[in-house]
Design a protein around this ligand. Structure first.
Ligand code: F6R
Ligand code: MG
Ligand code: MG
Length: 364
């Protein structure tokens, strides 16, 4: 059975501040998708949140980039924004950058990750969702999952993974893409993946079967809006088991919290902390950035689950480590490398401060 899995997300209002989501907003989202299910537009859905982001997980038969599905997501966000406005939640409608729907949610604010595939005998999928960070946050984990044998032993000892994976990498500033083959091109590829604010892994494919293995949202809100409008808070879909990495191989990179950009005012580096959905409430200095993971089995497009995969004491140590890293970075206050470098601040106060001081800079 050919099925499309679409994860479309937006921050349409925070509770309290930008720290979490209000239950009534989620309820509204569920209502909206439940109606779509009744009308036969969806095969199944699951509505959840990561911090202040509303996450619509949908299966359907309309393919990727379907205007029907994108419109459904857009209308759902608009309806949820009404609830957020009624409750006067913070920054209601923040990620809806345009007034009206124009055929796709791409470039309009919401984040999108979609993949179409032929559902396997057992189709295990994991949806990774992050808050208070940007699209490049998946670079390091996706590299480890699909190219690092120290993380994914299947690359070495599973005959159906041994040929490796190819990575589609996007230059999010110049809107260009390139495909790298792992393992033979990993040195070239890492030149780019190591700069996640500019280059982001959009998709990963199995080299032999050409099947889609992972897809992420790479929208950069600030680049779309031309000003600071919050961080992108990206999502990523990863297929698991069989010819793809096992569940444990997909979760393993998150046992050592890597440093991502985002956190307070989207302007800081901080550790990505793996947490259960219920703990995705970034409140310390509006963070530290969080990652959540929901696992499902697909059964003829029905989402069997979710299992909250970071709801596991085995990630306790990673959370402690993330807190220790957070303590240390916070000591640096407004100094780099805690605060982002100037180029990344160009959408915050930088232009105004520069303008104000323009006349006072003298030649040396
Ligand atoms: C970061 C984030 C928060 C806000 C901060 C100020 O992505 O959402 O750290 O930037 O709370 O929020 P405003 O400007 O909405 O008062
Ligand atoms: Mg927010
Ligand atoms: Mg958010």
């Amino acid at each position: 059975m050919i099925i499309t899995l679409s994860v479309i997300k937006a921050d349409i209002g925070g509770y309290v501040g930008h720290s979490s989501s209000h239950p009534e907003v989620i309820k509204k989202g569920e209502e909206s998708l439940s109606n779509a299910l009744k009308k036969g537009l969806l095969t199944d859905y699951h509505v959840t949140r990561c911090g202040d982001d509303l996450e619509l997980i949908m299966t359907h038969q309309h393919g990727e980039d379907s205007d029907l599905i994108h419109k459904l997501a857009w209308d759902t966000f608009v309806d949820c924004t009404q609830v957020a406005k009624k409750l006067k939640l913070h920054a209601a409608g923040q990620d809806l950058l345009t007034e009206a729907f124009t055929g796709t949610v791409k470039g309009m604010g919401p984040g999108v990750a979609e993949m179409q595939f032929d559902e396997r005998e057992a189709e295990t999928i994991i949806i990774l969702m992050a808050d208070k960070t940007a699209a490049g946050a998946w670079n390091l984990p996706l590299y480890k999952i699909f190219a690092d044998p120290f993380n994914t032993i299947g690359l070495v000892i599973a005959p159906n993974m041994h040929t490796g994976f190819s990575f589609e990498v996007h230059d999010v500033k110049l809107s260009k893409k390139i495909i790298f083959n792992a393992p033979e091109e990993i040195y070239d590829m890492l030149v780019f993946l190591g700069s996640p604010s500019r280059y982001a892994v959009k998709a990963v494919y199995h080299r032999e079967t050409k099947e889609i293995a992972a897809v992420s949202s790479t929208q950069r809100l600030a680049l779309i809006a031309g000003r600071y409008v919050g961080k992108d808070d990206p999502v990523c879909i990863v297929r698991s088991q069989g010819q793809f990495p096992a569940v444990g191989e997909i979760l393993e990179p998150f046992t050592s919290p890597h440093i991502v950009e985002g956190w307070m005012r989207g302007s800081h580096h901080g550790p990505l902390m793996p947490v259960a959905i219920n703990d995705s409430n970034p409140s310390r200095f509006d963070g530290p950035p969080r990652v959540t993971a929901l696992g499902f089995q697909l059964s003829s497009g029905k989402l069997i689950g979710p299992r909250d995969l970071f709801d596991d004491p085995a990630f306790e140590e990673a959370r402690c480590q993330a807190n220790a890293i957070a303590d240390y970075l916070r000591c640096l206050g407004p100094f780099e490398p805690h605060r982002l470098p100037l180029e990344e601040m160009e959408y915050t106060t930088m232009p105004q401060v520069m303008k104000k001081l323009e006349g006072r800079f003298e030649d040396l």
